[in-house]
Design a protein around this ligand. Structure first.
Ligand code: 3EB
Length: 343
């Protein structure tokens, strides 16, 4: 008699380096599973860049993702992806003029293809999505472009039978000044544990004042990575209490409120795992609407988190528009710690 032992997923690992370090590493023959860079792209097919300016005279950074081998790559509609059979990292870089569709239809198309790729790869669970929309706050013909995006995104989730409300993946949605509609995603074989923030209304339950279809994301997601490690993906977090933006026009107060929100969602996450996450030990991306605010934002973060914290050492500051025009700063982060999920 033979017994079939279910193949254990190879552990997924992430490390943040400068883009130059990451490319040098790969040139030495140590090519990662895939890489998501912040602030610049590269000519390498396994690196996906975001066309947003790095602030504070810093270098672009890259998150190198390491998984199992062999890596298979392919294209499904507008999605390019790489998989080791257990984890899937994919990218959409969509020229908005290519299909003659409005942003609602394009977003729906991008997400439909993304879900098709996940099905093909056998990775049906979305863990984390990064969305970058050119001119996010501009009018798209009777509706703000972010709202059009939300409409197409939610429609695609529902059509694919994906969790569009409770159980939605962690995400962020930022505006870039020009370039392609860019969506990057990480999927796997096991559903993540969604985490909400007790200080905030769940985004998927925002009232219709913010658009006809609500945004599709959880405030954070926990995922077992294998090898005894747990990941916490913290969605883009801003100065929102309940469902309202607070401290309009006051970047310092918005940042302080954002930090309270980040600590609150991390505390909620820690209740679902034996791992102990902290803001200080995370790898953040700080999105800043007005570049002139960046030095003050950095100083306030150093004050709050310590110059020697991993957060400050690894932070990248990008010029980006936030999805509500009254918001001036938004922070996303991820972290991995030893532990297990307790749900
Ligand atoms: C917010 O809390 C701020 O549409 O995917 C944060 C994270 C925000 C993700 C998204 C939007 C998204 O509503 C904006």
């Amino acid at each position: 008699m033979t017994t079939t032992v279910a193949a254990e997923a190879p552990p997924l690992r992430v490390e943040r380096l400068t883009l130059a370090q990451g490319l040098a590493r790969a040139a030495d023959g140590d090519r990662p599973f895939a890489a998501l860079s912040y602030g610049a792209g590269s000519d390498s097919s396994w690196v996906s860049g975001v066309a947003a300016r790095v602030l504070l005279d810093k270098e672009p950074v890259v998150d190198l993702w390491h998984a199992g081998t062999p890596v298979q790559s392919g294209t499904t509609g507008v999605v390019r992806w790489r998989t080791d059979g257990h984890w899937l990292l994919g990218v959409v870089d969509l020229d908005e003029d290519a299909f003659g569709e409005d942003l609602t239809a394009l977003s729906r198309r991008a997400y439909r293809n993304l879900f098709e790729a996940m099905k093909l790869a056998g990775c049906p669970h979305l863990l984390r999505i990064w969305n970058y929309l050119p001119r996010i706050n501009a009018d798209g013909g009777g509706m703000e472009r972010y709202r059009q995006f939300n409409a197409g995104r939610q429609q695609a989730f529902l059509e694919a039978g994906q969790a569009a409300f409770e159980g939605a993946p962690a995400a962020c949605a930022l505006g870039v000044h020009e370039g392609a509609l860019c969506v990057r995603f990480l999927a796997g074989r096991i559903p993540p544990v969604p985490v909400e923030n007790p200080r905030q209304v769940s985004a998927y339950h925002y009232p219709a004042d913010y658009g006809p279809r609500s945004p599709t994301f959880s405030r954070a997601a926990l995922a077992a990575l294998g090898g005894g490690q747990v990941a916490l993906f913290i969605s883009g977090t801003a100065s929102i209490v309940g469902h309202k933006s607070v401290h309009a026009g006051d970047v310092q107060a918005q940042l302080a409120e954002t930090l309270v929100n980040l600590r609150s969602v991390i505390e909620a996450a820690n209740q679902r795992t034996s791992a102990r996450f902290s803001l200080e030990r995370s790898d953040p991306v700080v999105y800043v609407r007005h570049p002139a605010d960046a030095p003050g934002i950095r100083a306030q973060l150093v004050q709050a988190l310590g110059a020697r914290s991993r957060f400050i050492r690894h932070a990248v500051f990008l010029e980006a528009d936030i999805c509500r025009s009254d918001l001036l700063v938004e922070i996303e982060a991820h972290a991995t710690e030893a532990g297990e999920l307790t749900d």
